[in-house]
Design a protein around this ligand. Structure first.
Ligand SMILES: *[C@@H]1O[C@H](CO)[C@@H](O)[C@H](O)[C@H]1NC(C)=O
Ligand SMILES: *[C@@H]1O[C@H](CO)[C@@H](O)[C@H](O)[C@H]1NC(C)=O
Ligand SMILES: *[C@@H]1O[C@H](CO)[C@@H](O)[C@H](O)[C@H]1NC(C)=O
Ligand SMILES: *[C@@H]1O[C@H](CO)[C@@H](O)[C@H](O)[C@H]1NC(C)=O
Ligand SMILES: *[C@@H]1O[C@H](CO)[C@@H](O)[C@H](O)[C@H]1NC(C)=O
Length: 603
């Protein structure tokens, strides 16, 4: 009987592990199979001379396609296996050398095994290796225990090599950005006259623009040409390559992507439409504008569900009352009064920021920081009780919690930007006024959090990106696929709106099906839903799509009583699966932001 981590990853005493040698002998058989059954593939391979390419690290030389598996770090689940695969650095240039992609795998616990599902937690900049090594069994609760779930650190990210490391020595990106507009975000107040607001924002934007120029000049100097291999198009080729190496050339690609992982998913299905097996994308962002338009034009759409999410926050806050949501003065208070209280506070910070001497990094709570906090908090309704208490403390004069929660938004270098900027079609340095007018339009017409998103989703500045990637997929986005994919969108996702899910579903026509979860929050994992879970499991089990127009409720509303949740989680197999969803809800944002595993997210 095999030892087995339970659904929540609690290790059982027995910890069998297939050895390094077992794995490698399996791999060489696969490589032989590849070359005997897929002539064209091998012709391309040998034409490019990949078999001659070697990756050397620590004095060990490995050929393209070579996979190793071993144990993971001590913080990982005992049955998780970690390793790496050698891939061509450039799929169009055999002389460019090789890259090493970090992997983690959590083995299927049910037979017959169906294959592998590759995962991406989002970002870009998030570590799939971390995600699997920490959350493998919980992810199997979503796709089924008969799959091996496999995570990889996309190029430039985490433990993959080459790693994006623009800043070195004493200067980290965090030090570089601290207290600049890049970390503070844009300050403005809703009652400021438009010309005044615009003048101030233009000056702030010029500071940001100069910082973007500086950071990417540093990247050019420290990383040079290595930077150009990090984009999504190349990562898609890695997914294809990894699937072939692990499962054989005939295997279809199975993939589950959250948030940015949905952009990766849209590239994947349109670059390899004939190789698509089971693909789910959850928390959908619009890949079309991502690939083709400058960042400051995205936010009008990105934030199109932010106000609905904020409204649900306010309504629920009023319903549960001050004991659970201290922003409310009394149970049943008019939600618009709660909103006004928050807005007056945030506007007031523009005129008088609060000193925060006892934050992890002492500083000043500004209106920009407070709006970042709100935008981050809206993404995680499971945490609204904590988030509302933190904001209530700030309103009462103690900004420590809000400052700490917004201190570390992303990992500490340019891994995210290396993806966004390699993907983004080149654009000229825009006039400051053009950027500011676009941001102000979002602020006034879409969401007051429309300036904060530039900081919480740092994709800006690609006008100074110093390299051109070997490939930059630009569509078309409407291919007919070998199997239909599952699109999952929340009705009120504050950063990846329902409109994007609908757009992708429309583009793919009969090659996709959209499931809407009637809830606020980022990605369907934001709140437990057995309806969504059942639909996802059925899809991965045998390709069953939910009925057209399916809208799933969540099992619990935001601000739910923790004791009520605990008792639901205790009831049988379905309860365990819901608890797995809740566990994923906590791990996903850490993995997505590429933060260390021991980091505690406050919002
Ligand atoms: C805007 O609102 C803030 C917060 O209520 C207040 O402190 C400030 O004086 C107001 N400014 C203007 C120009 O009305
Ligand atoms: C301020 O808030 C922080 C974080 O919630 C808390 O640890 C601290 O005790 C508070 N300080 C005061 C003086 O209330
Ligand atoms: C808001 O939208 C309207 C209509 O599209 C536009 O005329 C106006 O300039 C926008 N407001 C701002 C501040 O951009
Ligand atoms: C797919 O998109 C392309 C480019 O946008 C368009 O020319 C083509 O007509 C579309 N094909 C289908 C089947 O809709
Ligand atoms: C989900 O599936 C389980 C059986 O696995 C069933 O008992 C439950 O009623 C389903 N829940 C929903 C909401 O469909």
């Amino acid at each position: 009987m095999e030892g087995k981590d339970d659904i929540l990853g609690q290790p059982s005493p027995k910890r069998p592990r297939r050895t390094w040698r077992d794995r490698c002998s399996g791999i060489s058989i696969i490589i032989l199979l590849v070359c005997s059954t897929l002539a064209s593939y091998c012709l391309i391979g040998s034409h490019l001379g990949w078999t001659k390419s070697r990756f050397t690290a620590d004095g060990v030389t490995r050929a393209v396609g070579h996979v190793v598996w071993g144990s993971c770090d001590t913080w990982s689940l005992p049955r998780a296996e970690c390793g790496s695969i050698i891939v061509p650095l450039d799929y169009f240039d055999r002389d460019a050398g090789t890259a090493s992609i970090a992997l983690a795998r959590y083995p299927a616990s049910k037979t017959p095994k169906k294959g592998i599902v590759l995962f991406n937690p989002g970002g870009p900049g998030g570590s799939g290796k971390f995600f699997i090594a920490r959350a493998g069994p919980a992810l199997q609760a979503v796709v089924g225990e008969d799959y091996d779930v496999v995570g990889f650190d996309p190029r430039g990210i985490g433990e993959s090599e080459p790693k994006t490391q623009c800043f070195d020595g004493d200067l980290s990106y965090t030090t570089f950005a601290r207290n600049t507009i890049l970390a503070r975000s844009y300050d403005t107040a809703s009652n400021l006259s438009l010309p005044e607001a615009r003048d101030r924002l233009v000056i702030d934007y010029l500071e940001a623009d100069a910082l973007y120029h500086t950071q990417f000049d540093i990247c050019r100097k420290t990383m040079g040409d290595k930077l150009k291999y990090m984009g999504t198009s190349t990562v898609v080729r890695d997914i294809d390559f990894i699937t072939t190496q692990l499962e054989g050339p005939e295997a279809f690609i199975n993939f589950y992507g959250f948030s940015y992982g949905t952009i990766l998913g849209q590239y994947l299905v349109n670059m390899f439409p004939d190789r698509i097996g089971r693909v789910a994308i959850d928390g959908v962002a619009d890949a079309v504008v991502w690939a083709t338009k400058p960042y400051y034009t995205w936010y009008k759409d990105w934030l199109s569900s932010t106000t609905p999410a904020y409204d649900i926050f306010l309504t629920r806050c009023s319903e549960v009352g001050p004991a659970i949501c201290p922003l409310a003065k009394k149970t049943g208070e008019d939600p618009s009064r709660i909103r006004d209280r928050i807005e007056v506070f945030v506007d007031g910070l523009y005129y008088k920021p609060i000193p925060v001497p006892f934050a992890g990094t002492p500083g000043v709570l500004t209106s920009g920081r407070a709006r970042m906090y709100l935008l981050m908090a809206l993404q995680r309704p499971s945490n609204w009780q904590v988030a509302s208490a933190g904001l209530a403390q700030a309103i009462a004069g103690n900004g420590t919690f809000v400052m700490d929660a917004t201190e570390l938004v992303f990992g500490d270098d340019m891994a995210r930007q290396a993806v966004s900027c390699n993907d983004n079609a080149p654009f000229k340095v825009p006039p400051a006024e053009e950027v500011v007018d676009a941001l102000l339009d979002v602020f006034h017409n879409v969401s007051r959090l429309g300036l904060a998103v530039v900081t919480t989703e740092p994709d800006a500045g690609c006008q100074y990106w110093p390299v051109t990637p070997p490939e930059r997929f630009q569509g078309p986005w409407n291919h007919t696929l070998s199997s239909p994919i599952l699109i999952l969108s929340n009705s009120a996702d504050p950063v990846t709106p329902i409109s994007s899910g609908k757009l992708v579903n429309k583009l793919l026509g009969s090659s996709s099906r959209l499931l809407v979860q009637d809830s606020p929050g980022h990605c369907t994992l934001a709140l437990p839903s057995s309806c969504t879970l059942n639909a996802t499991r059925s899809y991965f089990a045998d390709g069953t799509l939910p009925a057209e127009g399916t809208v799933c409720k969540t099992d619990f509303p935001p601000f739910s009583d923790p004791e009520e949740l605990a008792s639901a989680f205790a009831s049988g197999e379905e309860g365990q699966r819901l608890e797995a969803q809740a566990q994923l809800e906590q791990i996903l944002p850490l993995a997505r932001r590429g933060l260390p595993f021991d980091q505690v997210l406050l919002v």
